[in-house]
Design a protein around this ligand. Sequence first.
Ligand code: AHR
Length: 499
Amino acid sequence: MKKAKMYVDKNFVIDKVDNRLFGSFIEHLGRAVYTGIYEPDHPKADEKGFRKDVIDLVKELNVSIVRYPGGNFVSGYNWEDGVGPKEKRPKKLELAWRSLEPNEFGTNEFMEWCKLVNTEPMMSINLGTRGIDEARNFVEYCNFPGGSYFSDLRKQHGYNDPHNIKVWCLGNEMDGPWQIGHKTALEYARLAEETAKVMKLVDPNLSLVASGSSGWHIPTFGEWEATVLEHTYDYVDFISLHAYYDNYENNIENFLAKSIDMDSYIKSAVAACDYVKGRKKTNKTIYISFDEWNVWFHSRKEDEKVEPWQIAPPLLEDVYTFEDALLVGLMLITLLKHADRVKIACLAQLVNVIAPIMTRKGGGAWRQTIFYPFMHASNFGRGTVLQPVISAETYDTKDFKSVPFVNAVPVFNEEKNELTIFAVNRAQDKMEFDCELKGFEDYSVIEHIILENNELKAVNTEDNPDNVKPHNNGNARNEGGKVKAELSPLSWNVIRLKK
Ligand code: AHR
């Protein structure tokens, strides 16, 4: 049996986990909104048209913040189209995904839905086709108490109290040539700076996210961040990162090593932020909003065949395999290990579109494989991340050298007196995992949850929704002052200890 060791000390702290690390994303794309979270004709819809079966699943995930309404969609969106009486809302060509947008669902519906699932909204504004004027009007509509044109319009629309949306994204992936209204770094930087300034004149309490690179392999990465922050530093708190991984080559060793790419990406982005901090000689630190991350590749070919100009076509409907869940678990561990700089992260997306939750129009709702690691991290990963020292054998792959067979992170929840260890065994053999936990001598193992499967390509479907699901028969135990556990081959593990 292979062996790995982890040393943890209660005093060696990375940082408190910002609850917003367990966020997600709903874009007007495919069936995320229509027939996803909103389907008035569905037997399980409430009086407002929200699917209650989906609400229940979102609550299981304990999602802390939801980014909306895009994504690429936002760069061509007019927020005014989605408010006011539904019968007057225009049906429009949606150019990012070449669909028809009925605008039946908009800002106010989203805010109502956020309340139902106990989540915070994260609103993005259009800096593709629009700019300062629309952004300030939108903030006034959402956040100003009343007595002005747009705040009174909100009241007329039935929302007397301001929505008080705190976190706003200044556009989406503006560095990407595919983006509607794509800009050079300088063009975007100046527009973002002026828009941020004016938005904050309307509401000084906003927390703003500048649009960073859409991926770290894009040639402008680094220079983009430096230019954007050079201009926006005083107004923004975050810069965004996006990353999606694939397994086109069907190489499990290389695929599971891709969380190392995410780790390097975060380190490089932090370096770019701190480069500008140094140049400005300021004490203010810019944090990372990793507001799109996931596995995305299964649906790409199918999507090319989808007819344009439909309402809610089936787009980006990746059916996730067991191996995808392992990488998602590794990405969650990576995000937790950067809790000192990554304060917001959004699993992209939430329902139907590259999502942990799938639905059928008029039919059921079920959990995809990736649902589980997110649910565990979101429910048990709140508290303080401790710095682990891990010693494990390593392996080399096509793209990565010295990949440790085990990656793990401990999170200490002081309020609940609980310590949770998240661990992935990348090896195809069993792993003996020994943890030396200094400061936790009086803690005992209460549960060892494992997600494992003999079939790497196993999936969940509406007819077989529990094909891949975790069990809690793991054998983690206290032994001789240590915690010892056997990690199954290729498995996601959650070891919970309590005082
Ligand atoms: O999440 C799907 C798409 O991926 C988003 O619309 C875009 O921002 C990214 O390229």
